[in-house]
Ligand binder design. Sequence first.
Ligand code: NDP
Length: 316
Amino acid sequence: MNKNHHKLIILGSGPAGCTAAIYAARAGLNPVLIRGMEPGGQLTITTDVDNYPGFEKTVQGPWLMEQMEKQALSVGTILINGTVVKCDLKSNPIKCILDNGEEYYSETCIIATGASARWLNIPTETKFRGFGVSACATCDGFFYRNKEVIVVGGGNTAVEEALFLTNFASKVTLIHRKNTLRAEKILQDRLFNNSKINIIWDHILEEVLGEESPLIVKHAIIKSTIDSNLTKLDVDGIFIAIGHDPNTKLFINQLTMDKENYILTESDSTKTNIDGVYAAGDVQDKIYRQAVTAAGHGCMAALEAEKFLSLKLKTL
Ligand code: NDP
């Protein structure tokens, strides 16, 4: 075995990846955890977390992830800063190449690469992305002090982002394509009771208008989903919060996925269609998508990898 040949490689450092690492390290597998493009995952771009068990008071997402990673490190995980750019899951051993060209080989792999914010993909959204159009209120909300912003979407993310933005913006308008929200009731109550928030139902974002150089957002054109009427709003910032897509591009044509490219796993298991390859967290879960469920999957994946390795060693 060369120095980069391991028993277990874990891709991604969100709750699924970190929990897998904690369990695998404690089982003596000396796992390597590749931290990925967004170390700590989506919780690092949220603020208040009050539904992760174990904390009486609200904790901060970035702090929670820091603790998980520290725990993984303290029990023997090898943390690697980097992103996997190529992965041959069918080779034996599995081969992963990092963005710095380094190669890692492993007997087993846990894919915990999570999901990323979805965009509407209308041309003017793309044009103004980073210049007044954002998918992360926690990252960019600060720039909208005393300004007017809109948030597009009707799920938990959209409502949380709208609420968070009221800390800065003078007015927040939530635009939703239906006339009911799918966000949890407790969040809806907070939204409806916040005097800074206005809701425009049954509309979608049609176009973003602004100045050219430098690029600055000035208006949003929204379209009614009922009669297609267009309305022009004065806005300084636009936050897109319409859900997430799994980060599975590297594994297309290797792993079995559903039509939205979520990795399919066996029932009551994290096993994929390739022996020794497991998927945990948002990369395979489009239903629950919670930090705590991702952590649970990470635990399952590590236990399954451990079992696989012990059977493999017995048959060698
Ligand atoms: P969701 O998939 O729950 O919601 C996406 C929202 O965007 C829906 O309201 C959807 O509309 C709307 N939407 C989707 N595509 C478009 C489009 N092209 N144009 C306009 N609107 C669109 O995603 P979230 O990111 O909000 O949440 C993902 C998961 O994460 C959920 O399971 C959620 O519960 C969880 N979560 C939990 C949190 C917590 O517990 N505190 C915080 C944040 C997220 P429609 O309703 O019409 O389909």
